[in-house]
Design a protein around this ligand. Structure first.
Ligand code: GRF
Length: 194
């Protein structure tokens, strides 16, 4: 299965996908797309000889239109947002209905939406005194974190004494859940595009 990934940061989820043994012969990551030209995730792309493209803040709609054309020509079957922080233009999302998935570091619909990313999520969970958190993989639609939920995994965070501890525990869950969902999509156990 031919995949394009979108990243904005350190790329730990991209790395988890690349390192997941069962995926090695099932997927081919053709593109790494980012909005951050100097993010660590691009180092991971380079180390793995994966083509990358940086979408800066100028003429965004036109660039996404070009990207959509490129992905269609390249027979990209699945788009994975792996730590990507921007909202995709609705024209792009509609071009790839139910073919874009995202990993979110909380149990959606709780702690989702604009501004709920990274440590903002874990601070909110910690301040609320929640005893559990977790990760969610969902289809991407036109607004932040509101697409159909594909999979979730919970974790007990009652013993965590800081938002940073919650973040670390949830990240471990993410690095398992996202590759597992991609494998199920590659195996046809989770239907996409319909
Ligand atoms: C992760 O917590 C992910 O859930 C969120 O962005 C964070 C960073 O991801 N979307 P990565 O380490 O850059 O893959």
């Amino acid at each position: 299965m031919r995949i394009a990934t979108f990243v904005s940061g350190r790329g730990s989820n991209l790395k988890a996908i690349l390192n997941y043994p069962e995926l090695k012969r099932k997927i081919d990551i053709k593109w790494v797309i980012t909005d951050k030209p100097f993010c660590k995730a691009l180092d991971i792309a380079n180390e793995n000889n994966i083509s990358f493209y940086c979408i800066d803040k100028y003429k965004i709609t036109e660039k996404y239109d070009c990207l959509a054309e490129l992905f269609k020509k390249d027979n990209i079957e699945l788009i994975v947002l792996a730590g990507f922080l921007k909202l995709l233009p609705s024209t792009f999302v509609n071009n790839f209905k139910k073919r874009i998935i995202n990993i979110h570091p909380a149990l959606l619909p709780s702690y989702g939406g604009e501004g709920m990313y990274g440590m903002n999520v874990h601070k909110a969970v910690f301040n609320a005194g929640d005893r559990e958190s977790g990760a969610t993989v969902h289809f991407v639609d036109e607004t932040y974190d509101t697409g159909i939920i594909i999979a979730q995994e919970k974790i007990d965070v009652s013993q965590c004494s800081s938002p940073e501890e919650i973040a670390a525990s949830v990240l471990n869950i993410e690095h398992k859940l996202l590759p597992e969902v991609i494998e199920k999509i590659a195996d046809g156990k989770i239907k996409i595009g319909i």
